[in-house]
Design a protein around this ligand. Structure first.
Ligand code: AMP
Length: 274
């Protein structure tokens, strides 16, 4: 597995590698969710580049950025085990040199949900993803449905800016108890960990209720109340159109349930298709 630290190296690799290149952007601290993206990319492309870069521009607090887990050596071993062809691990200075001054401002999909609760987050995501796309110049990029809004925002950005890359969505990978895998799960207070899977059961409960004809408002309120009753702070629990991400009040094709809730110090997000 090749390792690149500079933009020149990863560009040279792209130029000298024939066939379809798949790209998996990550912030490291890799788990099975990330590895599933790499496996899918491996199965569908001739070579796979994985980037590891903890992007300071998409964090809302210095504390969150500082405590984000960094486990590079471990990540390398995991990537080798799934056959990634190369890892791109640029420094912060390479991505954001001192005179860096351009931001990609995100689009109509970002005024709600994560965008509302994390101001500037999607500008940071769009800026770094566009930069990484330009650095790696892959044919396809693999993103997890775990971050459903991010997936839609990145798709819209690539389309709007005519970036010649296909965005491939990949299903959410979960623990056996239903908790969606996330690098932040390791930060959950062990005493609260057993409550975390409630997010998925409540999503399933709301899906079942709405699927069986319960009014959407009532089903969503029951879901919020259940989470609050268990000690979560609920930021949103909503039914949305899966493309526009606008809230909807009845079932429609591509409808999606989105949730963000805090458990202790850790903010968890999840979603399921209806
Ligand atoms: P991150 O390192 O958290 O920025 O995530 C990198 C990529 O992995 C993003 O496309 C995420 O959506 C995806 N990802 C994170 N967790 C999961 C998961 N549990 N299942 C599937 N994809 C995931």
């Amino acid at each position: 597995m090749k390792q690149f630290h500079s933009i020149q190296e990863v560009r040279a690799y792209r130029k000298s590698t024939p066939g379809i290149i798949g790209f998996v952007p990550t912030m490291g601290n890799l788990h099975e969710g990330h590895l599933a993206l790499v496996r899918q990319a491996k199965a569908e492309c001739d070579a796979v580049v994985v980037s590891i870069f903890v992007n300071p521009k998409q964090f809302n607090s210095t504390r969150d950025l500082e405590q984000y887990p960094r486990t590079y050596e471990d990540d390398l071993a995991k990537l080798k085990s799934v056959g990634a062809d190369s890892v791109f691990y640029p420094s912060r200075e390479a991505v954001y040199p001192a005179d860096f001054s351009t931001t990609i401002s995100s689009n109509s999909l970002t005024h709600l949900w994560e965008g509302e609760h994390r101001p500037g987050h999607f500008d940071g995501v769009c800026t770094v993803v566009a930069k990484l796309f330009n650095m790696v110049q892959a044919d396809r990029a693999y993103f997890g449905e775990k971050d459903y809004q991010q997936l839609q925002v990145v798709k819209a950005m690539a389309r709007d800016l005519n970036i010649p890359i296909e965005i491939v969505p990949c299903p959410t990978v979960r623990e056996i108890d239903g908790l969606a895998l996330s690098s932040r799960n390791s930060l959950i207070d062990p005493k609260l960990r057993e409550k975390a899977p409630l997010i998925k059961s409540v999503l399933d409960g709301a899906k079942f209720a709405i699927g069986n004809g319960s009014p959407v408002d009532g089903a969503l309120q029951t879901a919020r109340d259940t989470l609050v009753g268990a000690g979560f702070i609920v930021e949103y629990f909503s039914l949305v159109n899966g493309c526009s991400l606008e809230p909807i009040i009845q079932w429609e094709v591509d409808a999606r349930l989105l949730v963000a809730a805090q458990l202790g110090d850790v903010r968890l997000i999840d979603n399921i298709a209806l």
